[in-house]
Every structure is written in structure tokens, then in C-alpha cells.
Design a protein around this ligand. Structure first.
Ligand code: SF4
Length: 357
């Protein structure tokens, strides 16, 4: 059970102090202080070792997940988020269940074998609605694809219903392991509530994804390293890490300059802690640096998630400004991504890419 009142209770201290010369599937163990030292000591070596570790565990494959951002309605008011409920300037949309199912079925016919259904915490998507969507995608795709849900904090019973409907994986980023910073970002919500949800997800047998932002205002190096350790403590099968990009229509407008290097080092740290986890090269990284995704894929990441939704919706799911690939149909994204991936000596892989754990 994850104790959640304080980050220092969450993280289990351990003793090893060496950057692993040969990191393997047995996860490295570090204390927070050791990780902070490694974070600063030799960044290029850290990223290179993480890349080596990733290639050893996952080969040169970069797995493709078809992302469907199904709704930007949200009942939450996270202070960093462009689709927070208080942002009256956000143009809202909600895909119908039939549209969501059709998008997945169409992409299945074109070779996709994993779908990520992601939305704000939209009350329209009750357990029944989501379960119906999942069941229909599974049925119409001959039960072949893996379905990942990213539908926020829900009850144990809700997660169980979704699991029984056929969902295989669940993503719920904790964003920061600092409970005070978390409460500020999430308008008073507690980190413990989110970690309890992650515990339920894990207990139900979902492949479990979480992750965090880097460069949040008030985030120290210790916080970043605690974040990395928390992904290990949770036992994540998937970890998403992205740079904080302040949105102009939020309370955190103008509070930080996005820092890709910080994100890359965080990815590398997590790769050393969780050699077998799947880690996306996030769109946010590509949004602040044209080569951001390639850099991430060379620092330990092994997944890309092109948005397979309609262009009319893509440009409304704006958690942060400057998001790339909004006007392209996903076929255009595929060929662009394949070229980018080939340029770093890896290959695009449409197979299901299940957890290696
Ligand atoms: S971060 Fe997620 S939960 Fe928070 S406002 Fe944005 S979409 Fe909603």
C-alpha cells in the first residue's frame, strides 16, 4: 500500500550509489540524494546509458499507440491546464461513442493494435458509456487490440467495471510527488487520493501508467528525483514525462520557461529505474523543440502516440499552447514519425507492445 501523506513517506530509501554500468531488466535502486547527484553529474552519459538500456530491453522498436482525445470537457480546475473548467476561452467538444469506436476501428484496419482513449474528467463518460465503448472496440476489432484508458480519478468499482469491459491499461499521471505542490496545482485535491486510485488500478491488474511534468514552478531537483522514484515505487508499466508549458489562459501563465533538457534527464533517470517500462516521447517535448521527440527517443523513451482523431477535434484539446501536429491527418503524422524514428536508428512498430513485466 502506498502511504501518501508526504512524499518522503512514499519513497523508500535504498543504498546503491553507482550509476549502473550495465543497467538491465533488474531495476537499479537509488536514494533521492543519489539520483540528484546523477542528475547533475554527467548528463550526456546518463542519457547515453539510458538509451543503451532501452535498446537492450526493447530493441530498436518504437511502439505506436493510436491516441483518441475524446472530450475536452473537464470538471476539474487544475491550475496549469488549458482545458480546466474555468477557462471560458476553451472551445469545447465531445466525441460521440460511435465516433470514438469508428476512429479505433478504422485505425485497426490500418494496422494499429493499441488505442489510448483520453479525455478530461467529463461526467458524460460514465462507467456504462466508457464500458460500452471499450466492449464495442474490442468486439469490432476481433479482440486483438489493447485498450488504454486515461479517464481520470474514479472509484475502485468504476475501474473494475472498465476492466471487466475489456480495458487493458490505465494511465493516471500523478504530475508531482510533492503533496503541497500537488494540492496547489489541483486546486486542493490531495495527492493521496490520486495515489489511492493508482493503487486500485494496479490491484485490478491493469497495465499501469503514470508520470509527471518537469519544470513546474516550485519544483526542486529533489522533487524531480522523488517523482522518478515514485514511478518505480508504484511499479509503473508505462511512464509519461513532459515539460511544463505554461498556458496563457491559466493561473500559471508565464510562470516558467519550458526546459527540454530537464525533461530528457528525467526520462533517462526513469529508464534506469524501470528498464522494462514503456515510455512515450511526448508531444509536449516535440512542441518546445522540433527535435524534442527524437531527443527523448535517444534518452530512454520507446513509444510514440500519434493522435488518430479528426483534425476538427485535435486543435481543441489544448492542455498547453504551441501543440504540434494539429492540422495533419494522422497518416501524415505516421510518415513524419517513421522518418524521425529512422533518423535515430530505430524503427516504428505497430505491434501491441504489452508490458514486459
Ligand atoms: S489536467 Fe486533466 S483533470 Fe486537470 S483540468 Fe486538465 S484535463 Fe482536467
Amino acid at each position: 500500500m502506498i502511504d501518501t501523506d508526504k512524499a518522503d513517506k512514499i519513497i523508500t530509501a535504498n543504498t546503491s550509489s553507482e550509476l549502473p554500468p550495465n543497467a538491465s531488466s533488474s531495476a537499479a535502486q537509488y536514494t533521492q540524494d543519489e539520483l540528484v547527484r546523477i542528475f547533475h553529474e554527467d548528463p550526456e552519459r546518463l542519457k547515453s546509458l539510458a538509451d543503451e538500456c532501452c535498446r537492450r530491453e526493447h530493441g530498436s522498436s518504437v511502439y505506436v499507440r493510436g491516441l483518441i482525445e475524446y472530450s475536452n470537457f473537464c470538471s476539474m480546475d487544475c491550475t496549469y491546464c488549458g482545458i480546466r473548467k474555468s477557462n471560458a476561452g476553451a472551445a469545447r467538444y465531445r466525441m460521440t461513442p460511435d465516433e470514438i469506436i469508428a476512429a479505433a476501428v478504422r485505425a485497426f484496419g490500418e494496422g494499429y493494435r493499441t488505442f489510448v482513449l483520453q479525455g478530461g474528467e467529463d461526467p458524460f463518460f460514465t462507467d456504462d458509456v466508457l464500458a460500452t465503448i471499450v466492449t464495442n472496440i474490442k468486439k469490432q476489432c476481433r479482440y486483438e487490440p489493447a485498450i488504454t484508458l486515461s479517464a481520470g480519478v474514479r472509484s475502485y468499482q468504476s475501474y473494475r467495471r472498465l476492466k471487466e469491459a475489456g480495458a487493458d491499461r490505465y494511465l493516471l499521471r500523478f504530475e508531482t510527488s510533492d503533496p503541497d505542490l500537488y494540492a496547489k496545482l489541483k486546486n486542493g485535491e490531495s495527492l493521496s487520493r490520486r495515489l489511492d486510485a493508482l493503487r486500485s488500478i494496479k490491484a485490478l491488474g491493469f497495465e499501469t501508467g503514470s508520470g509527471f511534468m518537469t519544470g513546474l514552478p516550485g519544483e526542486s531537483d529533489e522533487t524531480l528525483c522523488s517523482n522518478a522514484l515514485l514511478t518505480q515505487k508504484i511499479g509503473c508499466d508505462m511512464v509519461g514525462i513532459g515539460p511544463f508549458i505554461p498556458h496563457p489562459d491559466t493561473p500559471l501563465a508565464g510562470t516558467a520557461k519550458p526546459d527540454l533538457e530537464r525533461t530528457l534527464r528525467a526520462v533517462a533517470l526513469v529508464r534506469m529505474l524501470l528498464p522494462r517500462a514503456h515510455m512515450p516521447a511526448t508531444t509536449a517535448a516535440g512542441s518546445i523543440d522540433n527535435m524534442g521527440r527524437e531527443k527523448m527517443l535517444s534518452a530512454g523513451a520507446n513509444v510514440v502516440m500519434p493522435n488518430i482523431g479528426a483534425v476538427e477535434y485535435k486543435n481543441k484539446y489544448l492542455l498547453y499552447p504551441g501543440k504540434i501536429c494539429l492540422d495533419e491527418e494522422y497518416h501524415e503524422c505516421e510518415s513524419c514519425l517513421a522518418g524521425r524514428i529512422a533518423s535515430i536508428g530505430k524503427k516504428i512498430d505497430y505491434s501491441i507492445g504489452s508490458s514486459l513485466r
